[in-house]
Design a protein around this ligand. Structure first.
Ligand code: BGC
Length: 736
């Protein structure tokens, strides 16, 4: 067996560790000891105690069938009763990867929002993402939650997927490393994190019945590898299975995914919890599901009395039930959740948390185009700010992951749905105004705002200003995919009108993922700010005026248009009504999604395979300084690349290493990356350990690499390949 080689990154953080993070107790996770203790507890359980922690409710009034909400539950995503006699605590669960979720304002508190996961991934900074995880985990804990439904690790297979903003990237290495880092940070607070949604949760259209078609080989080399790396690094207490079907079976009822892959091949010791409303039947227990979540939104409560009855009459079910309990307890004991109880009313250092999210936002902002206009001169006298509610706030993504800061949204527009679920899909803006943050940097400048409904009016303001900045938004939500990659509500026309009126036009994008840019040639600057979180406005302003040097790099390919993607439209968008629930309608539930088109060639690999030229490639990002990469060297699967800041100001670079040729066949696979922060003229060598699975194919239940010469290129993005190094390798195959 080849040992696991972590792809390590050389990272320079630009701020010191806050006191709250230093104070955390860094207990090492001892899984073997946790499992032993768990088995002892299971032996002490009375029969009726064995179906207590195997199921729970969604403690949110109005969600699904009416249920009694226990007194010690906190309004949020989930509640699982404890067993006080055995010292087993109740599990109080909240969403999600971007912070403690807002649940439509049903709980009257607020939280710090990190940038969207895509925004986080654009930092390519594992250590910073771990700090982000630690920060949101600390808030969850202070609010009394001991399970954070974080760790979104699906690959962004199609940029029109409505949850693109909740996932890190299109690449298994980058996604796995960042998801693992975030989970590590969350769990450092003695709470459980999930990794989700296992697996192949690639679209929202028909989300509860879409049936993903993919070969085991392609799945292992792509989405499953991202999960595998994330689990190895983050050791999440729980895996949340997905809504979708995979090869005909619901993911939460998939013997292949849960028993064969997760618990078999990967030997995963924690527990599998269901997504909310994703359990089709009691058989899911035998197929590897350990805990039924949000049971009132499932067709039935399967994992309580019905499970107890099965266990009573059948030893195989009894054995499985013991294992379910042991797995849940292993996660509880391994994270120390029982010994360090989370109670509501904990102290939160809001300023320190704001500093973390602002740093993530700053490092994640990607400068896409700069024709000598940025950074803006602080002597600018008149600036037109147009669109995107930039006078009030920054956009956020919607659904269960929606986080809201103090005072609630600056603006909130209902979009679709009815009842409680309608609140989950409203377009909401954080109270962090880019315009106000800009004014704070240049108090003397006259900054005027137009929302941009009228092109004439926007163009007139632009014409009489030195610089025009259009804030363009693409809102995304869980539950709905976007039909295409255009900027909605006529914003392309707005940008074109403003650019025609003022040659010094800059576009700031707040988008969930890639968008088309028909106006690209007409504007001087483009900044991708994603959904930048609680302090997004400040982060955007600091990049625009050069107080921060942009260092974000795209974790997704920006296609020139949809025709370059593996499929013309997301499957089902021609007949499935957009609906947060995603349940079959009128009995029609036949929706295959053919992921075999691209197979494991997701994102930039698809572009490399088809020779298509994207608008902006994966890994791309400009800086206010410049960098040079030396020739890579290789020694026992560790690659090194010297990076030099060849420009005039301090800045951070992300050097990437791609496999470009394997035994005579052209390839494009990210095998390492490293972020370095350098003073002008300074150099640093980045070391990257290459995980052999990234070089391999999955064949007949094994990783296999062919004999031959392997060539690796240092690069600043997936298309701008630099100097190379080659090495001869012998054929080998191994199991994990
Ligand atoms: C989402 C999960 C979330 C759960 C609980 C589901 O709709 O898919 O990501 O954790 O709800 O809110």
């Amino acid at each position: 067996m080849l040992s696991r080689l972590l792809a390590c990154t050389a990272i320079t953080l630009t701020f010191s560790t806050p006191a709250w993070a230093e104070a955390r107790d860094a207990d090492a996770v001892d899984l073997a000891a946790a499992r032993e203790r768990a088995e002892t507890t299971v032996k002490a359980m009375k029969q009726d105690e064995k179906t207590v922690i195997t199921h729970g409710i969604m403690p949110l009034p109005g969600a699904g069938k009416a249920v009694e909400i226990p007194e010690d539950a906190i309004i949020g995503a989930g509640y699982i009763h404890g067993v006080p006699r055995l010292g087993i605590p109740a599990l109080r669960e909240t969403d999600a990867s971007l912070g403690v979720s807002w649940v439509t304002g049903a709980r009257k508190d607020y939280s710090t929002a990190l940038p969207s996961a895509v925004g986080q991934a654009s930092t390519w900074n594992d250590a910073l993402i771990e700090q982000g995880g630690a920060m949101i985990g600390a808030e969850a804990r202070a609010k009394g939650f001991n399970v954070l439904l974080a760790g979104g690790a699906n690959l962004a297979r199609d940029p029109r997927n409505g949850r693109t903003f909740e996932y890190f990237s299109e690449d298994p290495l980058l996604t796995g490393e960042l998801a693992g880092s975030a989970i590590r940070g969350v769990q450092s607070n003695h709470i459980i994190s999930t990794i989700k949604h296992f697996a192949l949760n690639g679209q929202e259209t028909g989300r509860k019945f879409v049936d993903v078609q993919i070969t085991p080989a392609a799945a292992h080399e792509s989405d499953l590898l991202a999960f595998q790396i994330g689990i190895e690094k983050g050791q999440p207490g729980s895996v949340m299975c997905a809504y979708n079907r995979v090869m005909g079976e619901q993911a939460c009822n998939s013997d292949w995914l849960l028993n064969d892959v997760l618990k078999g091949e990967w030997d995963y010791p924690g527990f599998v919890m269901s997504d909310w409303g994703a359990v089709p039947s009691i058989d899911a227990a035998m197929n590897g599901l350990d805990q039924q979540s949000g049971e009132q939104v499932d067709p039935d409560v399967f994992f309580a009395d019905k499970l107890a009855a099965k266990a009573k009459s059948d030893p195989a079910w009894a054995k499985r039930l013991d294992d379910m309990n042991a797995r849940i307890l292993t996660a509880i004991y391994a994270t120390g959740l029982d010994k360090h109880p989370a109670e509501p009313g904990g102290k939160i250092d809001w300023d320190a948390h704001a500093a973390v999210t602002e740093e993530v936002a700053r490092q994640g902002i990607v400068l896409l185009k700069n024709e000598g206009i940025l950074p803006l001169a602080k002597t600018a006298k008149s600036i037109a700010v147009i669109g995107g509610y930039a006078d009030g706030g920054v956009l956020s993504g919607a659904g269960s992951s929606q986080v809201m800061g103090e005072g609630g949204p600056a603006a909130r527009l209902p979009v679709a749905g009815s009842g409680i679920w309608a609140g989950f899909i409203s377009e909401s803006y954080h109270r962090s105004s880019p315009m106000k943050a800009m004014q704070a940097i240049v108090p003397e400048a006259s900054i005027k705002y137009r929302q941009g409904q009228y092109l004439t009016d926007a163009a007139e303001l632009a014409a009489r200003s030195e610089v025009a900045i259009v804030f363009a938004t693409q809102w995304m939500t869980e539950g709905l995919d976007v039909p295409d990659l255009s900027l909605p509500r006529g914003q392309d026309a707005l940008i074109a009108a403003v650019a025609a009126a003022n040659p010094n036009t800059i576009v700031v994008l707040e988008t969930g993922g890639p968008v088309k840019m028909p106006w690209l040639d007409k504007v001087k600057g483009v900044v991708e700010a994603w959904y930048p979180g609680t302090r997004g406005g400040e982060a955007i302003a600091s990049v625009l005026f050069g107080d921060a040097n942009p260092s974000g790099h795209l974790p997704l390919t920006f296609p020139a248009d949809e025709s370059q993607l593996p499929r013309q439209r997301i499957d089902g968008t021609d007949w499935v009504e957009p609906d947060f629930g995603g349940n079959p309608k009128d009995g029609k539930d036949d929706l295959p999604a053919n992921f075999n088109i691209e197979g494991s060639d997701v994102g930039y690999r698809w572009f490399a395979r088809t020779g298509k030229k994207p608008l902006f490639p994966f890994g791309y990002g400009l800086s206010y300084t410049s960098f040079a990469h030396g020739t890579p060297t290789l020694s026992s699967m560790t690659a090194s690349v010297a990076v030099t800041n060849t420009g005039k100001r301090q800045g951070a670079d992300v050097v990437q290493l791609y496999l470009v040729d394997r035994a005579g066949k052209a390839e494009r696979r990210l095998v390492g990356y490293g972020r370095v922060d350098l003073a002008p003229g300074a150099s640093q060598t980045v070391s990257m350990k290459i995980d052999p699975r990234l070089l391999a194919d999955w064949k007949d239940g094994k990783w296999t690499i062919p004999a031959g010469t392997y060539t690796f290129a240092a690069a600043s993005d997936a298309e701008s390949l630099g100097k190379t190094v080659s090495v001869k390798m012998k054929a080998r195959s191994w199991k994990d």
